[in-house]
Design a protein around this ligand. Sequence first.
Ligand code: HSE
Length: 325
Amino acid sequence: MQCRVRVFAPASVSNLGPGFDVLGLAIERPGDVVEAEFRDSPGVEIAAVTGDGGLLPADPGRNVAGVAAASLLQHLALSGIAAERLGGARPPTGVRLWVHKQMPLASGLGGSAASSVAGALAVNELYGRPLAKDALLPHALAGEQVAAGTVHADNVAPSLLGGIKAIRGYTPLEVLDLPVPPALRLVVVHPHTEVQTSYARRLVREHSFPIEIAVANLGNMAGLVAALHRGDLELLGRSLEDRLAEPLRIGLIPGAAAVKLAARAAGALGCSISGSGPSMFAVTGDDETAERVAAAMRIAFAEEAGLESEAFTGPVNVHGARRIP
Ligand code: HSE
């Protein structure tokens, strides 16, 4: 039987411009780490939450990692899988977690999704991997729902499974794999300010859109999917235009309009808001341009809005969440 397992779940960029709530990709870093071990009493206990500045609940019923872990634990117990896997009639039914937040809160980088994914994956690893990774999705979504109030898988699916994912539908949940062009590089810049996801979602959900706007986004979605299949990064860049959420949210991110211009001027093929912001992302076709774009975006945040920031550059994370030593 495992003593203690550690897992890492990566940050993710959702929406990818036109794909509000239906597109997302995983990045290499940052990400969250969750450790898990068995405990004698049933249910989930959170021994500690670190890296959150004391802002996240340690109550397992309100912590996204705790909720995801409990959801999987219950499934394993009810289905008898845990007993079968551990070769005993009465396997442990309790789990103790340590949740290490290693990414900023309310950043638009899918932080609650990463913690939810890590909570579910840690339990699965502890029990000797009884479920395939994609079967963990509903349990990670149960965690994410606590944070977001609604179910949306555009951060959870890529954080768990890696790559670029499209959520075709929710009833039933259907997650599609999109190809990852090998040359594609992401630039993600996180300015030191916060946007509350719930508020940013309300702005979009309570707005009515003329059909022309919906048509423009559908065209860009089609362009984006075609671009990924063809490996056409120029087309991908032009297809990142979002007429639904971005115009309503960009005012929540000081300096964002200037950051977009700076990214393009430095060679980015396209630039938009990461999830509900305030992080912004851009795409390029090589590492050198990615570094240049990251520097230009950070300067724009500093000069236009007086905001410090950090940048993450690199390829798409195609593996998603994983066990770590
Ligand atoms: N797709 C979501 C949104 C991601 O844009 O509101 C935020 O969690």
